[in-house]
Design a protein around this ligand. Structure first.
Ligand SMILES: [Zn+2]
Length: 257
């Protein structure tokens, strides 16, 4: 009986599923009608409450200025986006993350690593790309389907803790704001991110110098956890180099004095 219900629910979910066209790449992604924007806003509010958030006015103003300029270059790719850029005060964390709807967090550890606005723009462009490509909603959809499929296969397994599932779909691990997107999503965000940064007038070549720096940092004894879910640095840098002939002209056309 449970299996029959699960099967019906799975059928209904597939019936309601839609497709989303990812901006800049045109990829069609499969998506259930999930409320990713509300979930993203709620998760972000939770992370901010947990903090600690940085009260350094200079760092916050810098991140907001770059973030809003790149968000402006996104155009109408994500109608209804409520962009928010927050600096989290953790020097030991060389990381950044994005949540559905336009919520972006940057850790002070990452800000200390970058040596120019162009490099920071590479990071923020990447995070904004995760948002406009709706990678969070895609992961949620995949997670829900996998869970529903699991129920169909084994009706006796009760592992449908909804909140945990949603958090896992965002890649939000307990105790941290770390995203664990798939390598395909990471690569897509790299590509879209440098296009956004270039359109906003930031030099996309800074993405290469940034990731070279990240490769150096990760050679140290303790590799930041999030790096392990990202594409290998060599692969990532090679891809970025391959895309430069396409994006540098966009930057040249949009660079500001
Ligand atoms: Zn990413």
């Amino acid at each position: 009986m449970k299996q029959a219900i699960a099967g019906i629910l799975l059928g209904a979910a597939l019936f309601l599923a839609g497709c989303y066209t990812v901006p800049e790449t045109g990829r069609t992604s499969f998506m259930l009608p999930v409320d990713d924007v509300a979930q993203g806003a709620a998760a972000f509010a939770e992370l901010k409450a947990k903090g600690p958030i940085s009260h350094d006015p200079e760092a916050n103003a810098r991140v907001r200025r770059i973030g809003n300029r790149i968000a402006g270059a996104v155009g109408d790719a994500l109608p209804g986006a409520a962009w928010e850029f927050v600096v989290f005060d953790e020097d030991a964390t060389i990381n950044a993350f994005a949540l559905p709807g336009g919520k972006v967090g940057i850790y002070t550890g990452l800000i200390k690593l970058v040596s120019s606005d162009d490099e920071l723009a590479a990071v923020i462009g990447h995070e904004i790309a995760h948002v406009t490509a709706r990678h969070g909603a895609e992961r949620m959809s995949q997670g829900i389907l996998a869970a529903a499929g699991g129920v169909v296969l084994d009706a006796s397994t009760k592992n449908s803790n909804n909140k945990e599932l949603l958090m896992a779909s965002y890649g939000l691990l307990a105790g941290g704001g770390m995203l664990a997107f798939s390598r395909a999503h990471e690569s897509e965000a790299d590509y879209i991110g440098i296009r956004y940064a270039a359109k906003a007038g930031y030099d996309p070549r800074a993405a290469i110098s940034f990731w070279q720096k990240m490769a150096e940092v990760s050679k140290g004894a303790r590799m930041p956890a999030f790096l392990s879910t990202h594409p290998s640095h060599d692969r990532r840098i090679a891809d970025l180099q391959k895309w430069m002939p396409e994006v540098v002209p966009i930057y040249e056309a949009n660079r500001r004095p």
